[in-house]
Ligand binder design. Structure first.
Ligand code: ADP
Ligand code: ADP
Length: 229
């Protein structure tokens, strides 16, 4: 179910072709970096997978299930996809536990089960014991970990990252790289990770999909990319 496949996927905004006939499979449990310069269509690809936009042409499948083509789209909340953006969008007046548990509110999860689930995802992101801390007491890296934990608590089998390190300094970036690897190891989720930073893509991902001007140039392992001229 959590294999993602895009077929001949295109997206136009008026005169702009943001995505131009991309076909690519993201195997179940894989960690793929979408790499390319600003404006090449990476975020558009994520938005089409998440269901925030409809394709102009082509289709998106999760396993054998068609989730989007130009005529029909499964709504985002029915896709069980987690998304983490570079802006964390946390609630400043709530503590860490309240922020992390927020997605469970709409899901009829018994309140007796919530503390254990919060503790489990805080453990994955390295913030065990931070439940009662206020968001404005946290560093940028810690806030990004809270956003990551909030995404994880819904147990999505597909997790999309849109340049999550863009606002962090070099030192924090390397510690977050470890946190993302840990999330992948512990959840086994299918991860698509957007970045314009080649070093970041090669450090994190099992597969790197290189994009340019709305098209897919190459999809390969980091090892294959190091070897290619
Ligand atoms: P990337 O994430 O690689 O920086 P995007 O997917 O954000 O690229 O954008 C691809 C192209 O589509 C760019 O030329 C961008 O200006 C254009 N674009 C993206 N979203 C919109 C939109 N909502 N309306 C018009 N043009 C858009
Ligand atoms: P196993 O690999 O042992 O079958 P699961 O894959 O079901 O186990 O998950 C192991 C643990 O990780 C469970 O406690 C589950 O709730 C949790 N988990 C699984 N997927 C996610 C996810 N995407 N985000 C957060 N936690 C997850």
């Amino acid at each position: 179910m959590s294999e993602i496949r895009v077929e001949f996927l295109s997206k136009r905004y008026g005169e702009t072709t943001a995505l131009d006939g991309v076909s690519l499979t993201f195997p179940e449990g894989s960690f793929t970096a979408l790499l390319g310069p600003s404006g090449c269509g990476k975020t558009t690809m994520l938005r089409l997978i998440a269901g925030f936009e409809a394709p102009s042409e082509g289709r998106v499948l999760f396993g054998k299930m068609l989730v989007a083509d130009p005529t029909r789209q499964l709504p985002p909340e029915a896709r069980n996809v987690g998304v983490v953006f570079q802006s964390y969008a946390l609630w400043p007046h709530m503590d860490v536990a309240e922020n992390v548990a927020y997605p469970l509110k709409a899901r009829h999860v018994s309140s007796a089960d919530i503390p254990a689930r919060v503790a489990a995802v805080l453990d994955i992101v390295g913030l065990r014991g931070f439940e009662k801390r206020r968001i404005d007491e946290l560093s940028g890296g810690q806030r990004q970990r809270v956003a990551l934990a909030r995404c994880l608590i819904a147990e999505a089998r597909i997790i999309l990252f849109d340049e999550p390190l863009a606002n962090l300094d070099m030192h924090l970036r390397s510690s977050m790289v470890d946190a993302f690897r840990e999330v992948h190891r512990r959840t086994g989720a299918t991860i698509v990770y957007v970045t314009h930073d080649q070093a970041e893509a090669l450090a994190l991902a099992d597969r790197v999909a290189v994009m340019s001007k709305g098209q897919l140039l190459q999809a390969a392992t980091p090892q294959e990319i190091y070897r290619s001229p």
